[in-house]
Design a protein around this ligand. Structure first.
Ligand code: ZN
Length: 133
């Protein structure tokens, strides 16, 4: 596993939060993207070397809607860059982690992604992401 690629934050209203985080960082988000299969609309901020992803649910069954219902707005996941996502999935399964996506799927920002279930990682949802060529 390499560096933290981004931190994902669940928000109720992307437009309102885009304003809030633009004030916080002193600059606007550089893109928004909807991932229909995940039921999310995302926006991305770059702040120095760090990247923040805001996530809003696009429907009531979205994992983000469920997260906010249960825990409120806040940090949703930490994403780590990996070089070879398939190899990393195999390695982590062998180590006993619960991988939610045995086959990596297409995520936002031109990435292949897979998630680890928070019950196997001390309550933290971990995303693995590999840049798509
Ligand atoms: Zn993410």
């Amino acid at each position: 596993m390499k560096k933290i690629e981004h931190i994902g934050i669940a928000v109720k209203n992307l437009e309102v939060s885009n304003h809030l985080f633009a004030k916080l960082f002193g600059k606007k988000h550089y893109k928004t993207e909807t991932v229909a299969s995940e039921g999310v609309k995302t926006s991305f901020f770059k702040n120095g070397p760090n990247k923040i992803e805001l996530l809003e649910a696009t429907n009531p069954n979205s994992p983000i809607a469920k997260f906010i219902e249960k825990r409120g707005e806040g940090v949703h996941h930490i994403a780590f860059a990996v070089k070879d996502i398939k190899a990393e999935i195999k390695r982590l399964q062998k180590e006993g982690f619960t991988v939610l996506n045995e086959t990596p799927k297409k995520g936002a920002d031109n990435k292949l992604v897979a998630f680890l279930h928070p019950k196997s990682t001390n309550g933290v949802l971990i995303e693995l992401c590999q840049e798509m060529q």
